[in-house]
Write a protein that binds this ligand. Structure first.
Ligand code: ADP
Ligand code: MG
Length: 338
């Protein structure tokens, strides 16, 4: 008997789940990103007990056909990339094919979906990775996924979950991030049966007002600059609106919320001379570049990225932001002297 054994699929998925779905908010992120990748325009989220009892996402995207239902829950199965070339230029939020498999290995997951040309919907259920046969179900076009009792059967993991209200707050933050990145889509969020957030489809200014506040939206500086393959656009906070915390800092690279040292450094430098040193800038900014210019396959949660030309990105951001901030300073000065 060899000492080394190949782990079961379920165990492999549960190990991955430890990274991908640290808490309900991460599971919610995986579900919402799938809905966005599927072209949905209405995304409805229902949570119970901070997402620990139930995370339900209802979308109106392209749906999943009967033959693909089991594959959707299978590890390393994806419709988003096919080969190494695709991996070099990922244009979707997902691509690793492990979100649903991971979640389904640490919960009871119900997946119901109907394709655009489907006569009716199909439904499968996965209880800690054990999958049922697909059966017919009723649903309008799109996909509904319910995640029940996340980590319920894994007490060692469950004990790291915080109170329902803390878990709910993380989920609400996640919805806000995705809602800011997708102002053209409608998002709703309910918790324990009560409506919490409703963002109607519109433009970034409206969405930013709803999430970052009217004061931010009214005083923010609109920015849209491009240089070669790089483009920065969005709203950057007026220096007079410095915040005591970093809560209102949203930066998206190719539509993906990221935390990145290069970006943070550029923003700090740009605001250094105009913002009081103990204040933090508020912003909702989007950097777009060709997918080959950024590696998103750095971490399972994809919150980190690596730029191929990080110095060029840094210089571009610093220059664009300084210019935008200087323009308003000049604008304010001339308004005052008038
Ligand atoms: P990934 O998003 O990395 O491909 P997932 O495990 O999250 O991996 O999803 C697996 C596959 O299931 C996706 O590639 C997609 O084809 C399908 N899928 C998942 N969620 C949805 C959805 N809401 N609508 C349509 N298809 C979906
Ligand atoms: Mg996914």
């Amino acid at each position: 008997m060899p000492r080394i054994q190949v782990l079961s699929d379920t165990l492999v998925n549960q190990i991955a789940a430890g990274e991908v779905v640290e808490r309900p908010a991460n599971a919610l992120k995986e579900l919402l990103e799938n809905s966005i990748d599927a072209g949905s325009v209405n995304l409805n989220v229902e949570l119970m007990a901070g997402g620990t009892k139930l995370i339900k996402v209802i979308d109106d995207g392209i749906g999943i056909g009967r033959d693909d239902l089991a594959l959707a829950l299978h590890r390393h199965a994806t419709s988003k990339i096919r080969d190494f070339d695709d991996l070099q230029r990922v244009a979707t939020l997902g691509f690793r094919g492990e979100g649903l498999a991971s979640i389904a290995s640490v919960s009871r997951l119900v997946l119901t979906s109907r394709e655009r040309d489907g006569v009716h919907a199909w439904r499968v259920e996965a209880d800690h990775g054990r999958l049922t046969e697909a059966e017919p179900a009723a649903l309008s076009v799109g996909t509904t996924i319910e995640v029940h009792d996340l980590y319920y059967q894994l007490p060692a993991r469950r004990k790291f979950l915080k109170s329902d209200s803390t878990e709910y707050a993380h989920c609400a933050d996640m919805v806000q991030r995705l809602a800011l990145a997708n102002p053209d889509k409608q998002f709703t969020l309910t918790h324990n049966g009560r409506a919490q957030q409703r963002y109607l489809a519109g433009d970034l200014a409206k969405r930013a007002a709803a999430i970052l506040g009217d004061e931010f939206a009214a005083s923010a500086i609109a920015i849209d600059e491009a240089a070669g393959p790089l483009r920065i656009h969005g709203l950057t906070g007026s220096p007079t609106l410095g915040k005591a915390s970093r809560d209102a800092q949203y930066f998206f690279v190719n539509g993906r919320f990221v935390r990145d040292k290069v970006i943070q450094h550029a923003l700090r430098e740009a605001y250094r001379d105009v913002l009081h040193h103990d204040r933090h800038a508020a912003y909702c900014l989007f950097l777009d570049l060709e997918p080959e210019g950024v590696d998103v396959n750095v971490h399972p949660t994809k919150i980190e990225v690596r730029f191929r030309e990080s110095q060029a990105v840094y210089r571009f951001l610093l220059h664009s932001l300084k210019k935008a901030l200087a323009d308003t300073k000049a604008g304010m000065a001339s308004a005052e002297s008038a």
